[in-house]
Ligand binder design. Structure first.
Ligand code: GRF
Length: 206
C-alpha cells in the first residue's frame, strides 16, 4: 500500500483530519509535527487549499499527505465552491475539519453538515477582535494581553464555542508584527492541544 493510500485508511483510534489552508501553513506544520508523535490521536488525511500557491501545500507534499486545490475563483457562487469542498471531504475518511489560516468565510452550505466537527484558529482572545487585523486592534485598544483561540465553527464568524485559548503579554513597543509572532508560537502549541481535547471527547462518546 502506498503512502497516500495509507493516509486514507484510518488508524484505529486516530481521528482523520482535513486541514484547510490558504497560505504559509505554519499551523498545518505544527499539526503535521504533532501527528508524528506515536500516541497523538489524529492523522492528517487531506490538506485542501483555496489558493494554488499556498506554501502549506509544499509542506503537505513533503510529508506525503494528499492535497487538493479548490480555488474559489473557479466557482460562480460560494455555494458551488463549498459543495465541491464537501464532495472532496467525503473522499477521505475525515472526522474533523481544521481551518488553519483558511481565508474564506464559510456559509451554512459547508458548516451545517460539519457542525460540531469543524474548528478554527483565530489570533485573538475571542470574543475580542473577531475578523481581521486582530493584533493592531489589540495594541490600539491598549490591551495588556492578547493570544489565540481555537473554537468550533458556526455560521456566525468567530462565534462558535471556545475549545481553548492561550494568552501572551503585550509588551511596550510591540508592533502588529512582533505581537503576531508571539501569538503564533502559542498557536502552534494550541492547535495540537485542541485536537487532543476533541479526540478525548470523541473516544468517550464512541
Ligand atoms: C494564523 O495567525 C491564524 O491564526 C490565522 O491565520 C494565520 C495563519 O498562519 N487565522 P499559518 O498559515 O498557519 O502560518
Amino acid at each position: 500500500m502506498g503512502n497516500l493510500e495509507q493516509q486514507k485508511t484510518p488508524k484505529p483510534g486516530k481521528l482523520g483530519l482535513a486541514v484547510l489552508i490558504s497560505g504559509r501553513g505554519s499551523n498545518l506544520q505544527s499539526i503535521i509535527d504533532a501527528c508524528r508523535i506515536d500516541n497523538f490521536p489524529a492523522q492528517i488525511n487531506l490538506v485542501l487549499s483555496n489558493t494554488p500557491d499556498a506554501y502549506g501545500l509544499v509542506r503537505a507534499k513533503e510529508n506525503d499527505i494528499s492535497t487538493r486545490i479548490v480555488s474559489h475563483k473557479d466557482f460562480e457562487t460560494k455555494a458551488d465552491f463549498e459543495t465541491e469542498i464537501l464532495s472532496i471531504l467525503d473522499e477521505f475518511n475525515i472526522d474533523l475539519v481544521c481551518l488553519a489560516g483558511f481565508m474564506r468565510i464559510l456559509s451554512p452550505t459547508l458548516i451545517t453538515p460539519w457542525e460540531g466537527r469543524i474548528i478554527n484558529i483565530h489570533p485573538s482572545l475571542l470574543p475580542k477582535y473577531k475578523g481581521l487585523h486582530t493584533h493592531q486592534r489589540a495594541i490600539e485598544a491598549g490591551d495588556t494581553e492578547s493570544g489565540c483561540t481555537i473554537h468550533y465553527v458556526t455560521p456566525g464568524v468567530d462565534e462558535g464555542e471556545i475549545i481553548l485559548q492561550k494568552s501572551v503579554p503585550i509588551i511596550d513597543g510591540d508592533t502588529a508584527d512582533s505581537l503576531a509572532a508571539r501569538v503564533l508560537t502559542q498557536e502552534h502549541i494550541a492547535y495540537p492541544e485542541a485536537i487532543r481535547i476533541i479526540a478525548q471527547k470523541h473516544h468517550s462518546l464512541s
